[in-house]
Design a protein around this ligand. Structure first.
Ligand code: PLP
Length: 222
């Protein structure tokens, strides 16, 4: 399947009305597909794999804002630190500290979202509330990172109430953190192709949509 331009235009106008930012998730997709959405005005793209992101950044227009949305290992931060726009999945203080170090080396401040574990599944990454508090406290001493908000992934489940409750819980964490920090956080990254409308109903400000825009992913080709 190829790029779904009409779907893109429809979703984009929906999201614009709600003031929600669209990150087009292009992992495993070729540069030509990204260029098609770029022609339509899309600038924010999301990638999960460091090497793939580095290659795409080198090949594609420089005004693309690259979002790293995958699980990031500390020893790979250095490859994306020169250019990454926003790192969504920061799930440990160790990782946050390494991002700060690499940001300093590159003379920039890197925007980050802390990933919170909201799903029932054990396998999804993310911090619990205690780790979140520790990270927020520690970030005061990390001048080269800027925590912009939270990110989460709901359970992979047909149980709509379950998914809605998880989004609601994440939104509540976001609100609590906003009031604790005084300096309002602006980004709540939640919602993907299958659940983005519900995520927006529950307070999302940024959605990460892949397969609806680019078609299903075929990992065997990659
Ligand atoms: C792949 C991925 C997405 C996009 O998923 P779709 O279901 O294709 O929209 C969103 N967020 C994360 C963290 C992902 O890994």
């Amino acid at each position: 399947m190829s790029v779904q331009k009409e779907v893109y235009i429809k979703i984009k106008s929906e999201l614009d009305q709600e003031n929600v930012v669209l990150v087009a998730v292009s992992k495993t997709k070729p540069n030509e597909d990204i260029e098609e959405l770029y022609q339509l005005g899309q600038r924010a793209f999301g990638e999960n794999y460091v090497q793939e992101l580095v290659d795409k950044h080198a090949a594609l227009p420089k005004d693309i804002q690259w979002h790293f949305i995958g699980h990031l290992q500390s020893n790979k931060v250095k490859y994306i630190a020169p250019f990454v726009h926003l790192i969504h999945g920061v799930d440990s203080l160790k990782l946050l500290t390494e991002i700060n170090k690499q940001a300093q080396k590159n003379g920039r401040v890197i925007a980050c979202l802390l990933q919170i574990h909201i799903a029932k599944e054990e396998t999804k990454f993310g911090m619990d509330l205690t780790e979140l508090e520790e990270a927020v406290d520690a970030s005061i001493h990390l001048p080269f990172i800027s925590i912009k908000g939270l990110m989460g992934m709901a359970s992979f489940s047909d149980d709509k109430d379950q998914v809605r409750n998880e989004f609601r819980m994440l939104h509540q964490y976001f609100i609590n953190m906003q009031s604790n920090l005084g300096d309002p956080l602006s980004i709540l990254s939640m919602g993907m192709s299958g659940d983005y409308q519900m995520a927006i109903e529950e307070g999302s400000t940024m959605v990460r949509i892949g397969s609806l825009l680019f078609g299903a992913r075929n990992y065997a080709n990659n």
